[in-house]
Design a binder for this molecule. Structure first.
Ligand SMILES: Nc1ncnc2c1ncn2[C@@H]1O[C@H](COP(=O)(O)OP(=O)(O)OP(=O)(O)O)[C@@H](O)[C@H]1O
Length: 248
């Protein structure tokens, strides 16, 4: 049983300096219940693939079939309104997706230890609280398929570790599709390793095989070992300053 099936997808962006073809004929399948980690060098098309899966952009040709509800990308700010409180935002997002807003707000208030801030506008949140809210909210609704573009979990200190445990828990309940440039993230969170290269997605049941292919494409990761510090912290930084609300 598949969670997502991609067949014959083509996608070209029209930029001012000319067209940029990211996919010409992409085929890929994502098994239900599996956690698939997608490695790829810069500009390989990882974000484009995630956006196609999520439906925020459409293919020029081909089909993306989703079997189940799909989350917005983890820690995305675009679903939220800065002037609304945390609780109001969660109610809104839950309602749009057909889920229980009260349960989502309870979960986030407790998991992110929001205190009274759950009833204050997002615009008043500190950087740390904002990050906790975004990551807790990402996993508060029971989607069938979670998407994460580079930042799978975040925050600092104890919250960060609890957030990683939360991802592991969701991984046992749902399908997870995430992109990364960190082989260690694959080892820690993926059941299936994938490498996006020249418009094709190569999938491996053995994570080590995916990492070997990736390292051969990106010599910068050649010295990366299991004991090296994780580099995913940089990946989530960009969420800290992104404005709330839909992007232009
Ligand atoms: N909206 C867009 N308009 C024009 N070009 C785009 C657009 N989105 C992506 N591209 C181009 O498509 C290519 C793939 O971009 P994408 O962001 O999907 O790669 P990526 O693998 O996620 O890169 P990174 O690791 O740097 O985040 C890049 O050359 C990028 O410049």
């Amino acid at each position: 049983m598949m969670a997502v099936e991609i067949s014959g997808v083509a996608k070209t962006f029209r930029a001012s300096h000319g067209p940029r073809r990211v996919f010409e004929h992409l085929d890929a399948t994502f098994p239900r219940g599996a956690s698939v980690g997608i490695l790829g060098v810069r500009n390989a098309g990882k974000s484009t693939l995630l956006r196609l899966i999520g439906g925020s952009i459409l293919p020029d040709h081909g089909k993306v079939r989703r079997h189940g509800s799909v989350s917005p990308p983890v820690a995305t700010t675009q679903a939220y309104h800065a002037a609304l409180t945390g609780r109001e935002n969660l109610h809104f997002v839950a309602r749009v997706n057909g889920f229980d807003g009260d349960a989502a707000a309870r979960f986030v208030a407790c998991f992110a230890q929001m205190g009274e801030a759950i009833d204050q506008p997002l615009s008043s949140y500190t950087r740390e609280r904002r990050s906790r809210f975004l990551f807790a909210a990402s996993y508060a609704l029971p989607f069938d398929i979670y998407l994460a573009d580079e930042a799978l979990f975040g925050g600092t200190g104890v919250f960060r570790e609890r957030c990683a445990e939360l991802v592991q828990a969701r991984r046992t309940q749902a399908t997870l599709i995430f992109t990364t440039r960190s082989p260690q993230m694959l080892r820690r969170f993926a059941d299936i390793g994938a490498v996006l290269h020249e418009g094709r997605l190569h999938m491996f049941e053995r994570i080590g095989d995916a990492i070997r292919l990736f390292r051969s494409l990106d010599p910068g990761t050649a010295s990366d070992t299991d004991s090296a510090p994780e580099d995913e912290e940089d990946e989530e930084e960009r969420f800290a300053d992104e404005p709330f609300g839909p992007s232009a």
